[in-house]
Design a protein around this ligand. Structure first.
Ligand SMILES: CC(C)(COP(=O)(O)OP(=O)(O)OC[C@H]1O[C@@H](n2cnc3c(N)ncnc32)[C@H](O)[C@@H]1OP(=O)(O)O)[C@@H](O)C(=O)NCCC(=O)NCCS
Length: 166
C-alpha cells in the first residue's frame, strides 16, 4: 500500500480515495485520506475538489494548496507549490480546463477560468481568464506567447495537435 501512495501519482490516488468517500458521505474516511496526503506530500487537496482523469501533480503536489471548490479538467499538469485560492471580495470560482500546464509556484486567485491548452509560467499570479493556446507569465500574469501548430509540441510534447488549433 505504501508503494501505491508514495509513487509518482500517489497524491492523486489518495485524493481519489478521499473524494470517493466524500461523495459517499463517509466524511471521517474522506478526511483520513486528505490528511494522509497532507502528511505524506505536504499538499492540501480537499476531497471536495473536482479533478479530471489524467491530471497529475508534479512531485506529488509538494507544497500546493487548493481551494475546496477548485475544478481542474483532464490531462493537466500542475507544478509543485501551486496555490489556487480566493481573492477577498472577488470570491472564488477557479476553473481549470483540459490540457492545461501550470508552472511551479503559480498563484491563481479569485474568479478566473484557465482555458484548454494554455500554459501558466512558473511563478505567475493569475487574476484574469487565460485564453486557450496562450502562454501567460508574470505578476499579474499576461500573455507572453501564442501556442501555434509550429510550437505546440514545445509545451505539450507527444500530445496530438487538437483540431481547435488553427
Ligand atoms: C513558460 C515556460 C514554459 C517557457 O515558455 P517559452 O515559450 O519557452 O518562453 P520563453 O522562454 O521563450 O519566454 C517568453 C517570454 O516569457 C518570459 N517568461 C518565461 N517564463 C517566465 C516566467 N516563469 N515568469 C516570467 N516571465 C517568463 C520570458 O522572459 C520571455 O520574455 P521576453 O519575450 O520579454 O524575453 C517556462 O518558462 C516555464 O515557466 N515552465 C514551467 C516550469 C515548471 O514550473 N515546471 C514544474 C516544476 S515542478
Amino acid at each position: 500500500m505504501f508503494a501505491a501512495i508514495s509513487g509518482t501519482a500517489g497524491v492523486v490516488k489518495l485524493y481519489r480515495a478521499s473524494n470517493f468517500f466524500y461523495r459517499k458521505g463517509w466524511h471521517w474516511l474522506s478526511q483520513l485520506f486528505y490528511l494522509l496526503n497532507y502528511f505524506l506530500h505536504s499538499v492540501k487537496l480537499p476531497a471536495s475538489c473536482k479533478i479530471g482523469s489524467g491530471t497529475n501533480l508534479a512531485h506529488n503536489g509538494f507544497g500546493s494548496l487548493f481551494h475546496q471548490k477548485t475544478i481542474i479538467g483532464k490531462n493537466c499538469y500542475i507544478g509543485c507549490m501551486v496555490l489556487i485560492g480566493g481573492r477577498g471580495k472577488h470570491g472564488f470560482n477557479v476553473v481549470i480546463g483540459n490540457n492545461v500546464l501550470i508552472g511551479a509556484r503559480s498563484v491563481i486567485l479569485g474568479n478566473v477560468k484557465v482555458n484548454d491548452y494554455s500554459v501558466v509560467a512558473a511563478g505567475s499570479v493569475v487574476l484574469k481568464d487565460v485564453p486557450s493556446f496562450a502562454v501567460v507569465a508574470g505578476n499579474p500574469a499576461k500573455a507572453v506567447k501564442t501556442i501555434t501548430k509550429e510550437n505546440f509540441s514545445d509545451y505539450f510534447f507527444k500530445r496530438p495537435i487538437p483540431n481547435t488549433l488553427e
